[in-house]
Each structure stands twice: as structure tokens, then as C-alpha cells.
Design a protein around this ligand. Structure first.
Ligand SMILES: Cc1cc2nc3c(=O)[nH]c(=O)nc-3n(C[C@H](O)[C@H](O)[C@H](O)COP(=O)(O)OP(=O)(O)OC[C@H]3O[C@@H](n4cnc5c(N)ncnc54)[C@H](O)[C@@H]3O)c2cc1C
Length: 409
């Protein structure tokens, strides 16, 4: 029997229409609208009532998105409002957090009033994140944390951080970790920007010096941090590999628009034929990605995705890089010119309407797609081992206490 309560598509659409009638999205501000969306149970529909959901099948979230878009100008993209909070933090909190934390944090996470970041990677632990060295030591009702994180997206604007730290160095690496919610405004948290090839600094280094975290902010139990982190990572990969929900939407749409807008004689006939062929193939791959992502969503159990999310993450990262490369080839020498005034930052919603500017930015930004959220090589390992059941790679540190594993520096 399904764990979700039944609801028809029409009943759900009616709920969204009621929300929009009470709080017209074009007339109220973002926090008000999204707060009401949460209160109506339309934030994460599979979450329980009272926590931004209705306890219904997560597949139905697509119906909410569809109905929200209808007949309005103002449409919010959850992954732009609070990507880490909404896409990864909330499902982790829902699975492992206390009622007190859920009530205190979920609503502001969804509205975007409180931005979240993810403090996993360290200078010596990225792909091998379970080997991380940041230490948390118990002191009465608190934990005292010392260490350094890196590549922390949005840490400079975040209120909450998803932090994994080592609470026991005497056991093998996966067993000695614990997972905390860190108030980023706590004394001892220092955030320094890191600049990317796009010119912007969307991520940071974060230094943690004697930072105190109350024990009640631990998610899961002491030593259970790896299991909790996997929930976050699986949700991250599904969010990063979600593709476009619309047929022909997303990056492939931009490429086709740019191609269609070029003067027909711009390319020599042979060159044009080759480009047309590439674009057609990329369109087919985009559609395959969209359908694969739909299938991955169908396979979500208990609201949390499994390793299948890595299929979409891998496919999307590699495909998006190819699409933006092809867009640069279509633009030709125009792609080489970053005109005066090119803003060294992510284009605003307004600027995104200029497809050429957007494409130039995305070409640079997409280089990170096969690194962030786990590299393509690591996705292939997960696919091989956890989806296809192939033999695992040799693990020389298996069963060895973390403190005895040799490491550089
Ligand atoms: C734009 C961006 C945003 C990010 N945001 C965040 C964030 O918010 N929070 C956060 O915690 N982290 C974040 N990261 C970090 C990201 O998760 C890591 O960069 C990533 O996991 C790779 O780790 P690494 O950089 O240490 O590379 P390494 O792990 O050192 O890998 C180096 C190379 O070796 C390969 N490699 C490593 N191990 C294996 C293996 N076993 N088999 C085959 N190949 C292997 C890798 O694929 C890679 O090519 C972000 C990264 C980027 C680019």
C-alpha cells in the first residue's frame, strides 16, 4: 500500500488556484507568496501537513509547478531562491531533524528568508569527503568545532550551514562523522570569497575556529553523519540532474533560439549542415535526459532519491557542457568577445533575456557542472557499483581508524 495519501490531480490544481486567488503572485512579495504556499502544503507536497506538505506522492509536485506558472508573470524557481536549503537541506532535516528544528527552520528555508549552504568539502577531502578532518569535540551541551571548509557555495549570504565534522577519529572514516546544522552567524565562523572563471564569487572558503554548536542542532545521532550526508548528496545529485521539465526547454532552447536568429548565410553550407546535425543530436540527448530524470523521480522512495540520481547528474553535466560548447561554435567569433560592461557576475533575471550574454556566461559556468556535487568520475563509480552492481574499486583505507590513515600535509 502506498505510504502517501491519495489526491487527484484536479483536487491539487484547485488548491493551487485557491492559493493564487488569495495571494496573487504578481501583487504580493516573494516572502508573502512563498510563505502562503508553504502554509497551503504546496512547498514540498510529500512532506507531512504542517511542514509545508500534504503527505501526497512527490510526483505531484510537477502539477503544482505547472499550475503556479499559469497566467502569471511572477514564477519563482526554488533552486534559484534557496538551492541548497530547498533542494538538499529540507529533505535532510525532514528525514533526520527533531520536530523543534523542523518547525523553526523549514518555512523560512522555503520562503528564501534564510539561505542555506553546504559545508562538506575541505582542502584535503572533496571526492573522498568521508576522509574530512574538521573536528567537533563535545563540551557539555555544546560541540566545539575547528577546521576549514572550501568551495562553500553561498556561504557569504547563508544563515544555516549543513556541516559534517569528525566526532571520533579512532574508528574507520565513515563511522566517526556527525552532521550538524550550523548557524553561520555564530562567533568563530569566517567566510572568505573565492573567484571563478565567470568573475563572480559564488563560493567561499570557510574557517571554523572554536565554533560552538548546541547538541540539539545535530541531525541524526552521533556517528551517523555519513548516512545523513548521503541523504543530502542523493538529493543534491537529483536536483543537479533534474533536466528541464519542459520538452525542448532549458539550455537546448537557448541554443536553438541562437541558431534560429543567425543570418542563414552566416555559415558555409557544409559547416551549417554539421552544426545542424550536432544540434539535432543534442536535442535528442536533452529529451533523453528529461525522460531519464522523470524516471528517477518516479523511483524516489520515501521522498528521498537513491543512487539513480547519479545517472541524471552525470548525463546533465556532460550534456550541458556540450550544448554550451556548440552554442559558442554557432556564435563563432562573436563568442570570443566579452563586450565592455560584461558584468563579472551571474546575469540577473533581466539580463538573462539576452540569450547571447546568457550563453557566454553559461559556457564558462558549465565547466563546473562535472565537478560540483561530485565529479563525473565519481558519478561513474557510483553507477558502476551501486546501480549496475559491478565490483567496487580497491579501498586501501577500509576498516582502518581514520587517525591511522596516511595523509599529506
Ligand atoms: C561550482 C562549485 C560549487 C561547489 N559547491 C560546494 C558546496 O557548496 N559545498 C561543498 O561542500 N562543496 C562544494 N563544491 C566542491 C565539490 O563537491 C568538489 O569540488 C568535488 O566533490 C571534487 O572534489 P575536489 O575538488 O577535492 O577534487 P578531488 O577529489 O581532489 O578530485 C580531483 C580529480 O580526481 C578525480 N578522482 C578523485 N577520486 C577519484 C576516484 N576514486 N576515481 C576516479 N577519479 C577520481 C576527480 O574526478 C577529479 O577529476 C563545489 C564545487 C564547485 C566546482
Amino acid at each position: 500500500m502506498s505510504q502517501y495519501r491519495p489526491m487527484t490531480e484536479e483536487e491539487l490544481r484547485e488548491r493551487v488556484r485557491r492559493l493564487k486567488a488569495e495571494y496573487p503572485p504578481d501583487k504580493v512579495d516573494m516572502y508573502t507568496f512563498r510563505g502562503a504556499q508553504y502554509d497551503h502544503g504546496l512547498a514540498w507536497v510529500h512532506f507531512p501537513e504542517g511542514y509545508g506538505g500534504l503527505g501526497i506522492n512527490p510526483k505531484l509536485q510537477a502539477i503544482v509547478a505547472d499550475e503556479l506558472r499559469r497566467d502569471v508573470h511572477t514564477v519563482y524557481d526554488d533552486l534559484a531562491v534557496n538551492p541548497i536549503g530547498i533542494g538538499m537541506g529540507a529533505p535532510t532535516l525532514m528525514t533526520y531533524g527533531s520536530d523543534e528544528l523542523k518547525r523553526a527552520l523549514l518555512r523560512k528555508c522555503f520562503t528564501g528568508e534564510e539561505i542555506w549552504c553546504q559545508l562538506f568539502s575541505e582542502p584535503g577531502a572533496g571526492s573522498d569527503v568521508a576522509g574530512l578532518a574538521t573536528r567537533a569535540v563535545r563540551d557539555g551541551d555544546d560541540w566545539i568545532v575547528n577546521g576549514q571548509k572550501v568551495w562553500t557555495t553561498l556561504a557569504h549570504v547563508a544563515k544555516w550551514g549543513l556541516l559534517v565534522a569528525r566526532t571520533n577519529p579512532d574508528v574507520p572514516k565513515h563511522e566517526g562523522l556527525s552532521y550538524f546544522l550550523l548557524d553561520m552567524q555564530s562567533p568563530g565562523v569566517e567566510v572568505r570569497p573565492l573567484y571563478q572563471i565567470t568573475g563572480e564569487a559564488e563560493f567561499n572558503e570557510v574557517f571554523l575556529n572554536d565554533v560552538r554548536i548546541p547538541h540539539r542542532y545535530m541531525l541524526g545521532k552521533e556517528g551517523q553523519g555519513w548516512q545523513v550526508a548521503i541523504t543530502t548528496l542523493m538529493n543534491e545529485r537529483t536536483a543537479l540532474g533534474g533536466g528541464s521539465t519542459q520538452k525542448g526547454g532549458g539550455p537546448i532552447q537557448v541554443l536553438m533560439q541562437i541558431w534560429a536568429a543567425r543570418p542563414p548565410k552566416r555559415h558555409k553550407p557544409a559547416e551549417a549542415a554539421v552544426l545542424r546535425d550536432r544540434i539535432t543530436r543534442l536535442y535528442i540527448e536533452s529529451e533523453l535526459l528529461r525522460l531519464t530524470a522523470l524516471r528517477a523521480r518516479e523511483m524516489m522512495r520515501a521522498g528521498n532519491p537513491g543512487p539513480e540520481g547519479s545517472v541524471g547528474k552525470l548525463a546533465q553535466a556532460e550534456l550541458y557542457k556540450k550544448i554550451w560548447e556548440c552554442t559558442m561554435d554557432v556564435l563563432g567569433e562573436e563568442a570570443l568577445v566579452y563586450e565592455p560592461g560584461y558584468a563579472l557576475r551571474r546575469p540577473s533575471q533581466e539580463e538573462r533575456r539576452d540569450k547571447v550574454l546568457l550563453a557566454k556566461y553559461q559556457f564558462l559556468r558549465s565547466r563546473a557542472n562535472s565537478i560540483e556535487g561530485g565529479t563525473s568520475e565519481i558519478m561513474r563509480n557510483i553507477l558502476g557499483e551501486r546501480v549496475l552492481g559491478l565490483p567496487g574499486e580497491p579501498r586501501t583505507d577500509k576498516g582502518i581508524p581514520w587517525k591511522d590513515i596516511p595523509r599529506g600535509g
